[in-house]
Design a protein around this ligand. Structure first.
Ligand SMILES: [Zn+2]
Length: 180
């Protein structure tokens, strides 16, 4: 009888041992970039494939001095001065340097900050996020994935559904109206 009990217990003991020695799975290897959960590696690679690389001289020739200052030198326009902070027409905002469609008017909201504000980009694969520790602050810089142009920053005090506020310089974008 004892033998039978031992035989019945044996598999249970083996399972317990196996569970006990199972190597711990690494804690969910979540990407550190909390804004790009919906990205797929493929779409990011696609944008990278078509990346636009120009010399600073070339950019200087193509952009206005204001666009150059923002996009290439990470400048910031003064609040309430840009052409789009208080602009609510139907259309698409594209990168002033490379024409990538970045933000749509239906994600733009009225913000008291003085810069055009959106709760999400058209496609997060068109944006690169980078930690910015300039001016004694820790912010997340928003960059055009295609041309590496500086656009602005993203903050976590935006409205639903994302709770994000993409605070973008008017001077880094061009508006394309839906009515044509
Ligand atoms: Zn661009």
């Amino acid at each position: 009888m004892r033998k039978v009990i031992y035989l019945l217990l044996l598999p249970v003991v083996l399972v317990i041992l196996w569970l006990g020695f199972k190597p711990n799975k690494p804690v969910n290897n979540v990407t550190s970039n909390k804004y790009s959960d919906i990205d797929t590696i493929n779409s990011k690679e696609k944008i990278m494939e078509q990346k636009i690389i120009k010399t600073e001289e070339e950019w200087k020739k193509e952009l206005t001095s204001e666009e150059y200052n923002i996009l290439r030198e990470k400048g910031t326009e003064r609040p309430f001065t840009g052409k789009y902070w208080n602009y609510f027409e139907d259309g698409i905002y594209v990168c002033a340097a490379c024409g990538t469609e970045l933000f749509a008017s239906d994600t733009k909201f009225e913000s008291s900050c003085g810069w055009p504000s959106y709760f999400q980009p058209i496609d997060s694969s068109r944006i690169i996020y980078k930690e910015d520790r300039s001016y004694g602050m820790i912010r997340t810089e928003v960059i055009c994935a295609k041309c590496d142009g500086h656009l602005g920053h993203v903050f976590e005090d935006g409205p639903p559904p994302t709770g994000l506020r993409y605070c973008i310089n008017s001077g880094s974008m061009k508006f394309i109206s839906k009515k044509k």
